[in-house]
Design a protein around this ligand. Sequence first.
Ligand SMILES: [Zn+2]
Ligand SMILES: [Zn+2]
Length: 234
Amino acid sequence: MVWNDEPSRMRATLASLWDLLFPPRCASCRERGEWLCAECLALCVPHGPGCCRRCGAWLEDGGCLTCALHIRHLDSLTAAYAYEGPVRHLVHALKYRGLTAAADWMALRMAASELPRAELIVPVPLHPRRQHQRGYNQSELLAAALAREGDIPTAGLLRRIRFEEPQTRLSASSRWENVRGAFEPAGELGDAKSVLVVDDVCTTGATMEECAKVLKHMGAATVHGAVFARTLLA
Ligand SMILES: [Zn+2]
Ligand SMILES: [Zn+2]
């Protein structure tokens, strides 16, 4: 018997038992089978066409206003979907209903949207108090799944030092104010020069830009962002 095989075999057995007891259900319409069924998936809008490659915002005629006003450190943002319809239901289920089992599936959809190459994956951290309330960080789950998928190391190199009210209650301009100085280094980059920052949702780009700022001050040459869903019009 190979001793090292035991934990992974145990995990696989537990995972299939879990699937048997709690088979995936569509987060939007509750149909059994997948985290988003084929019908709901057909309603999801892929992110990308018509959007800024650097910050993911919907492009107006004269270029990207968000980039012109705010983005200095983030090099690109890739999102699998626009944050609307069934996508919103799935993100809420992962975040607020404990549907952590959907994270692997969501990460696969993110990986399918041609993520930029990176030497290290860093999840956007929750404030420790928020993580304690929730019991997990959904961005860490996505980052871990992406790391396994791409065979790239992941490290929690950022710490959130300000406890904030949920950003959904704030206007777009106050979000940029609110997130300033919210993160600090929680480790060393080592030899990694290119970093992929992972989050579940990008609303304005403020969090991604702030994380990119800290990582570049830590020595990163390029910082790309990857999210499951991006709000088009904040
Ligand atoms: Zn459905
Ligand atoms: Zn932009």
